[in-house]
Design a protein around this ligand. Structure first.
Ligand SMILES: Cc1cc2nc3c(=O)[nH]c(=O)nc-3n(C[C@H](O)[C@H](O)[C@H](O)COP(=O)(O)OP(=O)(O)OC[C@H]3O[C@@H](n4cnc5c(N)ncnc54)[C@H](O)[C@@H]3O)c2cc1C
Length: 350
């Protein structure tokens, strides 16, 4: 395309993905006559606004939050009045590219989320037309349904909506409808996302290392059968099974669910966390390299968690978040409870 269309400038949204960075570096070396520009559109802040360089990223979320709390978040840019003429801007051509990739045909009927920027903005508008933001902090740990959390993540992950657009709408809601601890908490969660974005850019390849950003390896290993049972939702833990079946059927899982299945993966099944992260990378409709691998590292005790150990008591969590076991029943979490096969229990390390 560079030679065919006589390209002079290339822009990209700055991304935490190592693969994309490598491609970008290779291209910018190979085509030195072209201007390569990276813009921070995936994050709330521009890199230049951060009060530290990336090699001095605060080692915990709390420190990060305190340091960035005063940074003003730039308003999102409006729509460009028109795009410059190019052979790729006519609707027909994009349609052809889209059809050729036939991505849309892989999406089944009745999916939870409709893709694209228009649908994302529509969802953003509808969310703030309800009063859900005013109770977000109390409801956000739900397991099932569309209303307990914002469901912004699928559109955020691929740039159909931006974190800045969300903050803009949130501020409008706060000034016109209500500002309380719950509305603040939406910003607070977006700051978690923000932390993981800069974390991934700071640690780069370490995001995928078994020992993460620590010096010692975890004492977990790889047991193929256990891994398969976890993926299919056939472990001895009904709440985990229900979450995994929900993920497999819809591509989405609640934040609480993700914490429980990841804790089970590492602490009950003693599995190497990277396989769990890779499975979620494959299944999640809102997959985001920084949020996924950063959260997994955190739960596996090899990331930015000062406590270093997050083991959830799955029975207790079930009593709190699914006391009547309705979620478990709905997703058939108690249907194929399989004990861990003794052949699975290989002494560590293998
Ligand atoms: C093991 C594990 C893997 C995860 N993988 C991903 C992933 O691939 N992509 C992804 O977007 N999120 C990931 N998360 C974070 C979180 O679970 C989802 O962002 C959230 O469930 C999405 O639903 P929502 O938009 O309704 O969230 P809400 O609760 O409404 O939160 C609003 C927004 O805040 C951000 N946010 C909330 N919690 C977190 C968090 N813990 N870390 C980072 N950002 C957060 C998200 O952008 C989210 O859209 C993961 C969490 C865990 C524990």
């Amino acid at each position: 395309m560079i030679t065919q269309y006589n390209i002079s400038h290339i822009y990209r949204s700055n991304s935490a993905s190592e693969y994309k960075r490598k491609i970008w570096d290779t291209l910018s070396k190979r085509y030195s006559m072209i201007q390569f520009n990276q813009i921070d559109t995936h994050t709330l802040f521009d890199k230049s606004q951060l009060p530290f360089t990336l090699d001095k990223l605060p080692d915990s979320f709390s420190k990060f939050r305190r340091m960035v709390s005063d940074i003003s978040i730039r308003a999102p840019l409006g729509k460009p009045p028109q795009l410059p003429n190019s052979c790729l801007t006519s609707k027909q051509n994009w349609q052809a590219v889209w059809n050729a990739q036939s991505l849309h045909s892989q999406l089944g009927e009745g999916q939870l989320f409709k893709g694209g920027s228009r649908a994302g903005k529509q969802h953003l508008r509808s969310y703030f037309q309800t009063k859900n933001a005013s109770t977000y902090k109390e409801t956000r740990n739900g397991l099932d349904g569309m209303d307990y959390s914002t469901k912004f993540s699928p559109w955020l992950s691929n740039g159909s909506i931006s974190a800045r657009q969300i903050i803009d709408d949130l501020h409008q809601y706060e000034s016109k409808i209500e500002s309380n601890e719950s509305t603040y908490w939406i910003y607070f969660e977006l700051l978690w996302r923000e932390y993981f974005q800069w974390y991934a850019q700071s640690y780069r390849g370490k995001l995928f290392k078994f020992n993460g950003i620590k010096n010692t390896n975890p004492t977990t290993s790889f047991y193929p059968e256990r891994f398969q049972k976890w993926c299919q939702g056939n472990t001895p833990y009904p709440i985990v099974n229900a979450c995994m079946k929900q993920l497999n059927a819809t591509g989405y899982m609640s934040n609480r669910g993700r914490q429980l299945v990841a804790s089970c993966f590492v602490h009950e099944l003693n599995l190497d966390w990277r396989y769990g992260a890779a499975y979620m990378e494959q299944q999640l409709i809102d997959y985001d390299v920084a949020s996924n691998w950063g959260n997994w590292q955190y739960l596996a005790g090899v990331g930015a968690d000062p406590r270093g150990h997050r083991r959830f008591d799955l029975e207790k969590q079930t009593q709190i978040y699914d006391p009547d076991r309705l979620f478990i029943k709905r997703w058939g979490g108690d249907q194929h409870l399989e004990q861990l096969d003794s052949r699975d229990t290989v002494d560590w390390p293998i």
